[in-house]
Design a binder for this molecule. Structure first.
Ligand code: CTP
Length: 411
């Protein structure tokens, strides 16, 4: 989703950093629009770093791109956190004297506000009238909650905690997304069943150790969310995934999450899901080897330096390709280290030929590239190694490009 987070001038702005980070972690594209006063509490550098997009408060920047209108019209969801009494008043009156005000007037997306202010200001008749007017217009109000305030006293006025704002906002936007999909059938994956694997498998060595890899599970989860938002029914087979990454998938009404650990469990989960799926996407980083005999008790230093005897794991993707049903599309991923674009393409082509998947998504990885929250650069090739598409950007942008390629491939 394209989410605009408006931040206004209250001390709770620092908590919104966590909200933005959680949205990005969940695979959403987040644009932060602070007011001038908000920047007194948390600076633009922080917002740019956590959202990974430029931040401005002015309608006069990037005029040629009509940024002030573009943000509002592109948004799938707008969250204002914290929302001060002043901002609520401006919203109620439709005042648009900064980028946030203009964005709010230009958007048709659901708007969620999380007010934060002193109790006296919250209870003032003017604020309550503004809140009533905003609610009547369909704005969703989350909080404020009762508790200690910055001045040392207590009462209603504290901003709701970021996790709760996030889940309320995602629930509200889920309903909105489903409404649009159902009403207009605009979900171009409606009626399709898809199976996606994500995360990294772990192969036990002894009760406390394992062989694993750096996959965070973000790209596979973004693929599952994109498919479900576009109307598909999704089974997401998740090997180990970083904390918080699965949250939005677990809440999505069209995603069923199956948790697994080893390559053998992932194979079982994906083979089962693939039996019902129109599209199968193997994003998980599967350990190619496992320890031939797992030690039943902890390996101890006093027993000397252990040597690990490894045996190959099955190639799950190759198995899914071999048992592909007519019309079923199988997509593989190839994370490759390469020093040039040409080497990346060449490695991709070799893997495409070896795996035989209908589509292979090739991305470059390195110590600082391709993992965790960073953006991805991909190219999508067919089994013959012909490049069909390229995409770069957030993991959600990449996910949507993959689904576009799948749709183009379907009969
Ligand atoms: N894959 C799989 N089973 C394995 C290994 C990989 O299904 N045992 C899948 C991955 O999910 C991915 C694709 O195969 O979709 C490519 O994975 P990758 O690790 O890049 O390739 P490998 O086959 O492991 O080859 P290599 O390690 O030599 O690059």
């Amino acid at each position: 989703m394209f989410v605009v987070v408006g931040v206004t001038g209250g001390i709770a702005a620092y908590k919104t950093v966590h909200l933005v980070r959680a949205l990005v972690t969940n695979g959403h594209e987040v644009h932060v629009v602070p007011t001038e006063n908000a920047l007194r509490f948390v600076g633009a550098t922080t917002w740019e770093a956590v959202s990974r997009h430029p931040v401005t408060t002015s309608v006069h920047d990037d005029v040629s791109e009509v940024r002030h209108v573009a943000l509002g019209t592109s948004a799938d969801l707008v969250i204002i956190a914290p929302a001060t009494a002043n901002t609520l008043a401006k919203m109620a009156a439709g005042i648009a004297d900064d980028l946030l005000g203009v964005t709010l007037l230009a958007t048709a997306a659901p708007v969620v506000v999380a007010p934060a202010m002193h109790t006296a200001m919250w209870e003032h008749a003017a604020t309550q009238a503004n809140i009533a007017a905003l609610r009547a217009r369909g704005v969703h109000v989350v909080g404020p909650v009762d508790g200690p305030l910055t001045g040392g006293d207590a009462g209603p006025g504290r901003m709701t905690e970021p996790d709760e704002i996030l889940s309320a906002a995602l629930r509200i936007s889920d309903v909105a997304v489903r409404g649009i999909v159902d009403a207009t059938a605009s979900g171009d994956l409606s009626g399709l069943t898809v199976a996606v694997s994500t995360g990294g498998t772990r192969e036990p060595i002894d009760p406390v150790r394992y062989l694993g890899n750096r996959s965070s599970g973000r790209q596979g989860t973004a693929l599952a969310l994109a498919a479900a938002d576009r109307g598909a029914e999704v089974t997401l087979v998740a090997a180990h995934v970083d904390d918080g990454v699965l949250d939005a998938a677990l809440r999505h009404p069209r995603i069923t999450v199956a948790r697994v650990s080893t390559a053998a469990e992932l194979q079982e989960g994906m083979t089962d899901a693939a039996a019902r799926a129109d599209v199968v996407v193997m994003v998980a980083a599967v350990a190619d080897y496992r320890v031939s005999a797992v030690a039943p008790t902890k390996l101890r230093k006093e027993d000397g330096v252990p040597s690990l005897d490894l045996v190959p794991n099955p190639d799950i993707l190759a198995g899914l390709v071999a048992s592909r049903r007519p019309g079923q599309i199988v997509v593989g991923f190839a994370a490759e280290t390469a020093s040039t674009d040409a080497e990346l393409v060449e490695r991709g082509r070799r893997k495409a030929a070896r795996k035989g998947a209908d589509l292979l998504v090739v991305n470059r990885v390195d110590w600082d590239r391709g993992f965790e929250g960073v953006d991805n650069d991909i190219l999508i090739m067919d089994a013959d190694g012909e490049i069909l598409a390229e995409a770069s950007g957030s993991k959600r942008t990449v996910a949507d490009a993959v689904w576009d390629a799948v749709i183009a491939r379907r009969p």
